[in-house]
Design a binder for this molecule. Structure first.
Ligand SMILES: Nc1nc2c(c(=O)[nH]1)N[C@H]1C(S)=C(S)[C@@H](COP(=O)(O)O)O[C@H]1N2
Ligand SMILES: [Mo]
Length: 324
């Protein structure tokens, strides 16, 4: 997050081409589902298309999930090979090219703990959780605080479904989320000056807003390790750092959590972190953003364009530092 000058884009494929590939794959998957006719050829193609990423992931058969047409964006989507190769994941390094290093992340077995102010603390394996949750696909924008953005098809389930499943007590006001800690599989966590584990927090009103989404898939496949497998958050009206990756624990509490970035640099990265083009970061403007797919500079929108869904949450909270 302590910005370095980015190198130029070295990717040859145009956004349009990559998008065609994505939709082409979707058609192929549909064709496969339709019948055994083409299985020999199509099966081989599908295997080639999904290659390594899906292998040995027991949830692969759940995707692509049914698209929810309510949550969509103006095309083109960010090409898959850009969204999965330009990442922030400090557990694997403080630069963007962590995709290869992140393959060290072991995503099975994966246990999710739910504790704090709940009726009954519990632990659930990711595959049991996936069976209990209503999977769907949504296309969301993601706006990083560093002024880049992307548009991607996430799969997963509304965070409200997870909150209902957890049965918080009425006294709970926040949910705090934690990324795994394992210095063996995440060399970045050997950098002792960071306050591991990565954690984030939302109010219950935010966590149960219809937009708050628990991500388990991306581009019609299980979510890649570098994008936060097997379970991450997507809260598209907030800066990207709120969307914590590879989560292992949800704690319900009546105390406002202090997040990883807030602990490091509270004056720049606060609890609310709602997107607002008119409120500059202390070190740069937030008025514009670069789409990492098209490389276009586009104006940033209030709440990243999601004001109609979330503005009501913040009524009466105007004294809070809602924007940074
Ligand atoms: N555990 C963890 N979660 C994280 C981060 C991180 O470093 N560690 N980076 C955040 C930031 S700053 C952004 S912009 C998004 C990036 O998600 P992406 O790599 O899927 O684009 O993840 C967020 N979640
Ligand atoms: Mo970010």
């Amino acid at each position: 997050m302590l910005i370095k000058r980015r190198r130029g884009w070295e990717i040859a494929e145009s956004a349009a081409t990559a998008e065609a590939v994505f939709h082409g794959r979707r058609r192929l998957v549909k064709a496969l589902a339709a019948g055994p006719l083409l299985l020999g050829v199509a099966g081989a193609l599908a295997r080639a298309a999904t290659a390594m990423a899906d292998e040995a992931d027991p949830s692969a058969g759940l995707y692509p999930a049914k698209q929810n047409p309510k949550y969509t964006v103006k095309l083109p989507l960010t090409p898959e090979e850009i969204a999965t190769k330009y990442n922030n994941f400090y557990e694997y390094g403080s630069h963007k090219e962590i995709a290869r290093a992140a393959q060290e992340l072991k995503v099975r077995p994966w246990t999710v703990k739910i504790d704090g102010m709940v009726e009954k603390p519990m632990e659930v394996g990711i595959d049991d959780l996936l069976k209990a949750m209503p999977l769907e696909e949504r296309v969301y924008r993601l706006r990083c605080v560093e002024a880049w953005s992307m548009k991607v098809p996430w799969s997963g389930f509304p965070m409200k479904a997870l909150v209902d499943y957890a049965k918080p007590l009425s006294s709970a006001r926040y949910v705090e989320m934690f990324t795994f800690v394992d210095t063996k599989m995440a060399p970045g966590q050997r950098s002792f000056w960071y306050p591991w584990p990565y954690n984030e927090g939302l109010t219950i009103a935010e966590a149960t807003n219809e937009l708050a989404f628990m991500v388990t898939g991306l581009y019609g496949k299980p979510v890649p390790k570098q994008n936060g497998a097997p379970l991450r958050l997507a809260v598209p009206w907030k800066y990207g750092f709120k969307s914590a990756k590879s989560l292992v624990r949800f704690t319900f509490t009546d105390k406002r959590p202090k997040s990883f970035w807030e602990q490091l640099q509270g004056s720049e990265y606060g609890f609310w972190a709602n997107v607002n083009p008119q409120v500059p970061h202390p070190r740069w403007s937030q008025a514009m953003e670069t789409d990492i797919g098209t490389q276009e500079k586009i104006p940033t929108l209030l709440f990243n364009g999601y004001a109609e869904y979330v503005a009501d949450i913040y009524k009466g909270l105007e004294k809070e530092r809602l924007w940074a």
